[in-house]
Design a protein around this ligand. Structure first.
Ligand code: UTP
Length: 278
């Protein structure tokens, strides 16, 4: 089985829930303590063995490119100040990962954004993450999924199990047959179902993490628009699950949304407690 080397992170959304903060700054660059949200995701991919990451960006997202690039003059300055260690994590990432960028000209949905990376990925299997979910896990979630991917050789999504049926209505739900040890054969994906139709196993898409095979491309290309006139990756995954084996895995780890004000604050509090700052 081909080793998974490439990852896609979509960061082209408008981030309107954080305006005015995100008028000129990408929402994925908002900090959780001293690190931007998107760096947590890049670190997860790098620690999972991904060596090439393509960001699907848009205008006003240039700060992401600058963030992951080396700046020798700035590094030399910090070194003279005795502060180089403050960006050491970025220097280390840059040695492990090559970064690429492509643009989504209009925010037509996460599936449309992913399609923008098609040429870069080619026929290889690849990792996918959205740009605004952090998962705090002992083993990086992408690595947990890759472990299963290499055994099953089929697309796989990371899922969370929750108890409250009311809560489940707020998320994408995943349906399928339990295979044991947190693994499921997926039969269906449904976005925000009504109470009587929530997933019987309590599975939701909490933090978007997929390992996908090239089967996804033609499906996405031909799919057309769904809810809110956007092209959704979950719709393409649903179609793929009907055609081929598609797995879901209840990953070990705690998912943190950062896409709205309160969620970002709660995420910061979690990491502040973890660092002993609170
Ligand atoms: P969201 O749908 O949560 O929101 O995107 P958004 O558009 O960024 O922000 P709001 O709702 O206006 O506040 C989830 C992730 O998918 C990316 C976003 O950049 C974010 O990382 N995305 C979303 C795209 O790249 N393209 C899209 O067309 C939509």
């Amino acid at each position: 089985m081909q080793k998974v080397r490439k990852g896609v992170i979509t960061v082209a959304g408008l981030g309107t829930r954080f305006l005015p903060a995100t008028k000129a700054m990408p929402k994925e660059m908002l900090p959780v303590l001293d690190k931007p949200v998107v760096q947590y995701i890049v670190e997860e991919m790098a620690a999972s063995g991904i060596t090439e990451i393509i960001f699907v960006t848009s205008s006003q997202k240039r700060a992401i490119e600058d963030h992951f690039d080396r700046d020798r003059d700035y590094e030399a300055y910090l070194e003279r100040q005795g502060k180089l260690d403050r960006i050491q994590s970025l220097i280390d990432l840059n040695k492990k990962v090559r970064f690429f960028y492509t643009r989504q000209s209009e925010p037509l949905g996460n599936g449309h954004a992913l399609l923008c990376a098609r040429e870069f990925i080619g026929d290889e299997p690849f990792a996918f993450s959205d740009g605004d979910s952090i998962i705090d896990a002992k083993t990086p979630v992408i690595a947990q999924l890759l472990d299963i991917f290499y055994k099953k050789k089929s697309s796989i999504i990371g899922v969370q199990k929750i108890e409250s049926k009311e809560e489940m209505q707020k998320y994408g739900n995943v349906y399928g047959k339990p295979l044991g040890k947190g693994l499921y054969r997926v039969s269906e994906f449904r976005e925000k179902p009504t109470l009587e139709h929530v997933s019987p196993h309590g599975l939701i898409v909490g933090g978007m993490r997929y390992i996908l095979t090239s089967d996804i491309w033609n499906i996405l290309q031909e799919q057309g628009t769904g809810k809110d006139g956007e092209i959704w990756l979950a719709d393409a995954a649903h179609t793929l699950a009907k055609k081929k084996k598609f797995f879901a895995y209840e990953y070990e780890g705690e998912y943190f949304d950062t896409g709205n004000k309160l969620a970002l604050l709660k995420t910061a509090i979690h990491f502040a407690e973890k660092e002993g700052l609170l």
